[in-house]
Write a protein that binds this ligand. Sequence first.
Ligand SMILES: Cc1cc2nc3c(=O)[nH]c(=O)nc-3n(C[C@H](O)[C@H](O)[C@H](O)COP(=O)(O)O)c2cc1C
Length: 536
Amino acid sequence: MTGAATDEAGALGLRFWYDTFEGVRELFAEGHGSEGGPDDPLPSKTYRGLPRHVLAAPPRRIGDARWSFPGFRDRHPEGPPRRPWDGSTLSALLHHTYGLGRMELGPQAAWPYHRVVASARCFYPVELYVWLGGDTGGVPAGCYHYDPLHHALTALRPGGIPEELRAAVACKGRDTTALLLLSAYFRKTAFRYRDYAYRLCAQESGMVVGNALLVAGALGLDARVHHRFLDEPVNRALGLDGTEETTFAVLEIGALDEVAASPAPGRLPPSVPDRLPPLVTEHVRTCREDAALWSRLTTLDAGSRLTGEARFAPVAADPFHQPADGPAEFFADDDRPPGSVELGDALRRRDSGGRMFLPDRAALPQQQLADLLRYALDPVPSDHGDTPLRPLLDCHVLALNTAGQAAGLYRLDPSPALVPVPGRDGRPTVAMLCDRTPSVNTARANAVVFLTVDRYEGARGFGDRGYRVLHHEGGIVAQRLSVLAAAEGLSARITNGYDDRVVRELLGGGDAHVPIFAIVLGRRQATSQYEPPLDW
Ligand SMILES: Cc1cc2nc3c(=O)[nH]c(=O)nc-3n(C[C@H](O)[C@H](O)[C@H](O)COP(=O)(O)O)c2cc1C
């Protein structure tokens, strides 16, 4: 790619956009798998016969939730307290990025395990790997899989980050402390959702990326996201076959100074030497469904691969956004001092409102709405360019039950401000959401947030990989909103149960702009659902 995808390259992705949005009902009508039997996939990949390192209990408090946001750092140039890179920091990074947060108990608990990041039906198709550059608190340098249920690492390969992996990812930091590698293990979601699972996997890997950025920031670590890398050598390094499970995103973890001072991101190398021996592992497989049942998913993913032929230019953010207009209602400055929004607390509190989400009737004060929205569109450090870039999406807020903020539709401006969008009637959208997501009473919500992306711009910039990359962008913002909502005592329910045509009609923007996330915000009422938090 030269920054402009060929028509042919983007066509597969665009077809998938159509199938999973305009055509989603027909896609679902093709059938889906059954759930709840003994052959369901395990919620976390479980290797057999490999050494394990049980990690130390993670600290409950890890730092302020806002340190990863340039808007917050600019106001507090002293930055977060630096921690040593040791076993405690590693334990905190992994647990708070993608660990087990709480369990639901009792006979109704069909999905008992809840992680700090939401997942459709708690399938958790994203697996987390870490490659340690050096020995870390008793864990030797090497490649590991993170087991959230036991807060342990399974050792896959010994040794520091290999040069061929750094080359395949086009790492920027000279002295990367660790790499976090996120995969999509398609079967874990596809056994139920078939081809549609690709959308969920891409949304959720974006959310885990977003959470890793939040956690790294709080811990005083710098992180940079890679959406584009040579897939084959990265999968080979992790021992993934690329079809059942493939790498979706990589995060470089290291000190900011090193990352900032390093040269501009190069193009991906034409090829990387194949020095790592093949990694042959065994893990528990309970699900024997034929992967041919989700062949469109694997075809799209194969079409999204980057090889040594790939070339990409830095991304320009402007074409991805709809033009701003109207008078902005600027947010008052955030005068909450560093340390007052504890990320560990927010992550423990984060939830989706329960199985049947019935928000209470209390209006959401304007200040709380501003505080949960204000950093959502802050720039993200990624391989889109040399400097952090505003997420490649637009964000609208349908205010329903807020105090001090008139009900109606707003566009979130990164300044940060809300820009009223006059003359739009949100009622058909609320009615549609109540109908399509009956597990949530959206009519009682405080607000609904919609994230939209320009699919044609995505195809131009990233080819078929645009589908995945734009869902990652959405996931990063969705996770920021979910966690900052939790900090305000609100639940954030992501739902894919909506008619994109009705949402488009509300938001405007035409055929190019697809709503990829709908997030219902409200304060959860107490129910008989029993979910004790997990204490360390
Ligand atoms: C990508 C994604 C799509 C989801 N889609 C729906 C949906 O269509 N309907 C719904 O009721 N919940 C949906 N959810 C909510 C999940 O079922 C919920 O996050 C999960 O049960 C875990 O609960 P927790 O977030 O409280 O831990 C979705 C969540 C995610 C991350």
